[in-house]
Design a protein around this ligand. Structure first.
Ligand SMILES: [Zn+2]
Ligand SMILES: [Zn+2]
Length: 247
């Protein structure tokens, strides 16, 4: 009986919240039904493109014509300082971008469960990243974190850490250089922008360990690669990248 009353109370509370704050699709802004739980309406959800099987073995970029590696990863001499493997949940198309922007800039924390579920299933999908010992979210500069109120990668990494029982460390890597927003830069500018932007302050914690870096999106993957350089220089064995979206 008690349970039944409790359930009715929560239903009434949800209905009231829905009246005050009706939910809309984060992509097309169509109203979503009261009981509809996903953040995308059915047609935008259909447009969310999960990563196909044809991807570069190392950087995870989509290879529409197949093959094992993209032209940048094939025979790259700098490979030893890069991420060994980068994997992502979905493509950075309109639906994928809308989800990430709503989470990151509109601070829609109600998206965290939907997004972290996708991140967790992607982690288990790829056996090549399963032997990670430690999870590290890409850090934000402290001023940016204060302004935004949270680090979106840390929120996701924390949920992944709880689910996989792999420790998340936020006191190993810091962002010590002010950088421009990557979205407005071309490939070369992005690489230059984040070069030496991160500093390892906890080398003793990562010596000989495999690290899984978490970020929301990989475009040129220059942020992940810049962190990998710093972590490997400080003794990390392998560095992997896992992101929600891949461009
Ligand atoms: Zn929609
Ligand atoms: Zn590649």
């Amino acid at each position: 009986m008690k349970q039944k009353i409790k359930k009715h109370f929560y239903n009434a509370k949800d209905a009231f919240l829905y009246l005050v704050l009706p939910r809309v699709c984060v992509c097309c802004f169509e109203d979503l039904g009261f009981k509809y739980k996903d953040p995308l309406c059915p047609s935008c959800y259909d447009n969310l493109e999960f990563m196909p099987d044809l991807i570069c073995n190392r950087c995870g970029v989509y290879l529409p014509s197949g093959g094992s590696h993209c032209h940048r990863c094939r025979g790259s001499k700098e490979k030893e300082y890069k991420c060994s493997t980068i994997r992502s949940a979905f493509m950075y198309n309109k639906a994928g971008r809308s989800l990430i922007l709503a989470f990151k800039y509109n601070m829609d924390l109600s998206l965290k469960d939907f997004l972290s579920e996708n991140l967790i299933s992607t982690f288990y999908k790829y056996s090549e990243i399963k032997d990670a010992d430690i999870i590290i979210p890409i850090p934000l500069q402290s001023a940016k974190k204060r302004h935004r109120g949270f680090n979106q990668s840390e929120v996701l990494a924390n949920l992944l850490s709880s689910y996989t029982c792999k420790p998340m460390l936020t006191d190993v890597l810091v962002k010590h250089k002010k950088t421009k927003t990557q979205a407005f830069l071309n490939r070369e500018q992005r690489i230059k922008n984040v070069k030496e932007a991160f500093k390892c302050i906890g080398a003793d914690k990562i010596k000989g360990k495999n690290i899984l870096l978490i970020d929301d999106v990989a475009t040129t993957a220059s942020t992940l690669e810049s962190c990998a350089v710093e972590l490997k220089k400080n003794g990390a064995k392998k560095v992997y990248g896992l992101t929600l979206a891949r461009e």
